[in-house]
Design a protein. Structure first.
Ligand code: HEC
Length: 456
């Protein structure tokens, strides 16, 4: 009986969604996944870059900017909005086999291709008229929902209505499921769990969606960029075996960075990508899961691709390119006297081990490339006044007491937590005092150094 009821409920739900789909199709025609591959151009009164993007950047990308954004909806680029959303979660501990990556600007090249990968639109892809653009758009309705249900009053949001856990269960309604979503979760309009957009911001986004989401291309790169890009691409695509191995090494360290020319205006960033085409031709991206995967072409070219998304502190690893840097890399890798006799293969056992792949490169060159810009490897962190940084040698966590026990990291953490309100000097004293008390009677074998910094 219970099974039957569940089946009936399920049939009811599917029926509803299908009915809604049918209703949308009947009223607004069939969906055209290629509609935003040819987006309407900007109008004088509403412009994506001038009017819309600043609102998305200040109110939405904080959640909708990462690879694992809610519903995989990335609002950090126009192409992310038109790609839409997916119910697949990116980090799923219960998954047994590798997921196919869904990196924007990498793993599919058109909205129709994303539809085949399970993404559904958040903009209207049916008839391009005002009503359909509103009613047929998940994004419009998510914004309207917030407008109709502002945040409840009170200092803290009620936990029964809002869940902020990292593994929060997502609904990710498609347009056919929006009626049910609105009825069931009236508080969940966008931006989720935050104050509503201002009237002006809301009207701007609404007008843009009503107008069919017109698009403006980014402004061309300022003068001088083409020349710098050409110089670096020439440098990274030398024909000698030495040059090819150098470039592979450089790429496998820089692929994650946001490269920029520090003598140029414009706040423009670039990614170093592998291409099947040489400098001077349009980039033909080699798509691979890892940077050392077999590129599948006889000759790889390393190219600079303009970074197309909003920059987010959490993923922004800036790396400066300039003539001094190029000269250094050239002297370490190209001018140094050594031979590369053959290029290493891309067989996984070899390619995944940099000590094997790059063993023909001089040790000096290898470590210098990393050391020169060591802060590039370090993740940024936002500090507030009163925050402290504790830097310590491993002697602090590996000091032994008379009973042969180690003063491990947990003990250190507890001590720091309990004394977090002290100033840097007192905290330092407390830390060493606690360590002294712990090792009483034990043998100190390692150096014990601790530095406490306070941000004021
Ligand atoms: C605090 C984080 C946060 C902010 C900020 C935020 N969102 Fe969301 N967004 C979410 C979450 C979480 C969901 C998933 C809700 C669910 O379905 O369970 C979501 C879902 C969505 C969806 C639905 C996707 C789908 O598959 O149905 C849209 C559209 C959307 N957001 C648009 C926006 C817009 C536009 C803004 C800025 C005005 C915004 N969001 C700001 C967290 C946020």
């Amino acid at each position: 009986m219970r099974v039957l009821l569940a089946m009936m409920l399920f049939a009811g739900f599917v029926g509803c969604a299908t009915y809604y789909d049918y209703r949308l199709d009947r009223e607004y025609g069939p969906a055209d996944p290629a509609r935003y591959d040819r987006p309407p151009t900007a109008r004088a009164d509403i412009d994506f870059r001038r009017d819309v993007k600043p609102i998305l950047d200040s109110r939405c990308v904080v959640c909708h900017g990462c690879y694992d954004a809610p519903c995989q909806l990335k609002l950090s680029a126009y192409q992310g909005i038109t790609r839409g959303a997916s119910k697949e979660i990116v980090y799923d501990a219960a998954r047994l086999v590798a997921a196919e990556p869904t990196r924007l600007f990498t793993d599919a090249g058109s909205n129709a291709a994303w539809r085949r990968r399970g993404f559904y639109p958040v903009l209207n892809e049916r008839a391009p008229n005002l009503e359909a653009n509103r009613e047929g758009s998940v994004m419009y309705r998510m914004l309207a929902l917030k407008r109709a249900h502002h945040l409840p009053a009170g200092a803290v949001l009620p936990a029964k209505d809002f869940d902020f856990a990292l593994d929060r269960k997502q609904q990710c309604p498609r347009i056919e499921e929006m009626d049910q979503f609105e009825a069931k979760f009236p508080q969940w309009g966008m931006p989720y769990g935050l104050p509503a957009l201002s009237e002006r911001e809301h009207d701007t986004l609404a007008r843009w969606i009503e107008a069919g989401a017109p698009y403006t291309e980014p402004a061309p790169l300022p003068a001088g960029y083409a020349e710098r890009i050409a110089a670096w691409e020439r440098f990274l695509n030398g024909d000698s075996l030495k040059a090819q191995l150098m470039s592979r090494y450089v790429y496998e360290h820089w692929f994650i960075g946001h490269l920029y020319f520090d003598d140029m205006p414009g706040n423009e960033y670039f990614e170093l990508v592998r291409s099947a085409t040489p400098p001077g031709e349009p980039i033909k991206l080699i798509v691979s899961r890892r940077p050392y995967d077999d590129p599948g072409v006889a000759r790889v070219y390393y190219r600079l691709r303009r970074y197309p998304e909003t920059l987010l502190t959490k993923t922004h690893l800036p790396y400066a390119l300039n003539t001094a840097r190029m000269a250094k890399i050239k002297s370490w890798f190209l001018d140094a006297p050594y031979e590369v006799t053959a290029l290493p293969s891309y067989e996984p056992e070899q390619a995944s081990n940099p000590f094997i792949t790059f063993r023909q490169l001089p040790v000096n060159a290898r470590y210098r490339l990393m050391l020169e810009e060591a802060q590039f490897q370090v993740v940024q962190m936002q500090l507030e006044p009163g925050d402290k940084i504790v830097i310590y040698s491993d002697g602090v966590t590996e000091a032994e007491n008379a009973a042969g026990e180690f003063s491990d990291t947990e003990r250190l953490r507890t001590c720091l937590r309990e004394n977090a309100s002290l100033g840097a000097a007192e905290l330092h004293e407390k830390l060493l005092g606690a360590l002294d008390a712990f090792v009483e009677g034990g043998v100190v074998r390692d150096d014990i150094t601790a530095l406490v910094l306070e941000y004021t």
